[in-house]
Design a protein around this ligand. Structure first.
Ligand SMILES: NC(=O)c1ccc[n+]([C@@H]2O[C@H](COP(=O)([O-])OP(=O)(O)OC[C@H]3O[C@@H](n4cnc5c(N)ncnc54)[C@H](O)[C@@H]3O)[C@@H](O)[C@H]2O)c1
Length: 281
C-alpha cells in the first residue's frame, strides 16, 4: 500500500498496546479505524483518540477466537464501511510456564487467540478483499494483511512453549498466505517485535502450574521488565506502517527482534543455549 489516505483499517486487539499505537499511526495517515477488541471501552477510547488525528472510525466488541463472532463482525464492517483496505491481526495473549505444567486448556486458549484468531481475520477479510479485487485490472487490485507474531517466533524459550509455538505458526502462516494471496493483489506482512512496553503482562499473562502468589509476582515482574525495556509501542507502530508501505514480508523490530532473527539463521545453537536459562519460577 502506498496511499493510506481515505482507506479503512480493521485492527484487532485495538484497545491497547500495538493495536492502539498502530491505529493512531494509521489515523494520522488519513485512515478510518475500525477497532476490534474484547475490551469495548478500550476500543472506543482508541477510536476517540484516532478521531483527533484523522477521519475517526468505529469500535466493535469481538473475540477473535470465535469464528461466528468474526464472521458477524466482518459482515457488519462490509455493510457499514465497505471492504477494508488493511487488516491487522494483532490481538494476542501470553502464557508462561514449563511445558509439563501447561495444561490442555492453556494450549486451547492460546492457540484460539494467537493462531486461530489470525486465521479467522485473514480468511474472512481476505475473502472480502479478493472478491472486491476480482474483475479489476491487476495494477488496481489492493489490500494488505498484517499479522503480529513476535521475536519469540525465531527462538525457543523453555518457559514460553505455547507462546513461541503460536508465534512461529503465525510467521509460517503469513509466508504461505503471502505466496498465495499475491495473485489476488493482497500483500501480507508478518511483524516480529522484541520486548515493548505494552499492557500484555497485565492484560493476559497466565503463569501455568504455579500458585496464585507466584503468578502475581510473575505478572508484576513481567510488567516491570517490559516498562524498563523502554521501547514504546509507537515505535513498533511506525515500523509497521513503513512495512505496509513497502510490502515487506517479515519484519523484525528492535534489538532483540533482530538478534533472535540473526541468531536463528546463523547461530541457532546460541538460541538453544539461551533457551535453557531457567525462568526462576
Ligand atoms: N509487548 C510485547 O513485548 C510484544 C512483543 C512481541 C509480540 N507481541 C504481540 O503483539 C500483539 C499485541 O500485544 P500487546 O503487547 O500490544 O498487548 P496488549 O495486552 O497491550 O494488547 C492486546 C490486546 O488484545 C486484546 N485481546 C486479547 N484477547 C483477545 C481476543 N480473544 N479477541 C479480541 N481481542 C483480544 C486485549 O484485550 C488487548 O487490548 C500480541 O499478539 C502479542 O503477542 C507483543
Amino acid at each position: 500500500m502506498k496511499d493510506f489516505r481515505g482507506g479503512t483499517a480493521v485492527i484487532t486487539g485495538a484497545a491497547s498496546g500495538f493495536g492502539r499505537a498502530t491505529s493512531l499511526a494509521l489515523a494520522e495517515r488519513g485512515m478510518r479505524i475500525l477497532a476490534a477488541d474484547l475490551d469495548l471501552p478500550g476500543a472506543e477510547r482508541t477510536v476517540e483518540l484516532a478521531a483527533r488525528l484523522g477521519p475517526g472510525g468505529a469500535a466493535y466488541a469481538v473475540d477473535v477466537a470465535d469464528v461466528a463472532a468474526m464472521e458477524k463482525f466482518a459482515d457488519a464492517v462490509k455493510a457499514e464501511h465497505g471492504v477494508p483496505d488493511l487488516v491487522m491481526n494483532n490481538a494476542g495473549i501470553a502464557i508462561t510456564g514449563p511445558f509439563l505444567d501447561t495444561s490442555f486448556e492453556d494450549w486451547e486458549k492460546i492457540i484460539g487467540v494467537n493462531l486461530t484468531g489470525v486465521v479467522n481475520g485473514s480468511r474472512i477479510f481476505g475473502r472480502q478483499m479478493a472478491e472486491r479485487n476480482r474483475g479489476l485490472p491487476r495494477r488496481e487490485r489492493s489490500g494488505h494483511i498484517v499479522n503480529i507474531a513476535s521475536a519469540a517466533s525465531y527462538t525457543p524459550v523453555r518457559s514460553l512453549p505455547s507462546y513461541c509455538t503460536t508465534k512461529a505458526a503465525v510467521r509460517m502462516l503469513s509466508e504461505c498466505m503471502r505466496a498465495d494471496l499475491a495473485s489476488e493483489g493482497i500483500g501480507v506482512t508478518c511483524v516480529c517485535p522484541g520486548f515493548s512496553g505494552t499492557n500484555i503482562a497485565r492484560n493476559s499473562l497466565v503463569a501455568a502450574g504455579v500458585p496464585e502468589e507466584v503468578a502475581e509476582r510473575l505478572h508484576r515482574r513481567g510488567e516491570r521488565a517490559l516498562r524498563l525495556r523502554g521501547y514504546p509501542p509507537s515505535k513498533v507502530a511506525a515500523r509497521i506502517v513503513k512495512a505496509v508501505e513497502r510490502n515487506e514480508a517479515v519484519v523484525s523490530v528492535n534489538f532483540e527482534g533482530h538478534l533472535a532473527h540473526y541468531a536463528a539463521r546463523f547461530a541457532p545453537s546460541v538460541n538453544r543455549l539461551i533457551a535453557r536459562i531457567p525462568a526462576g519460577f
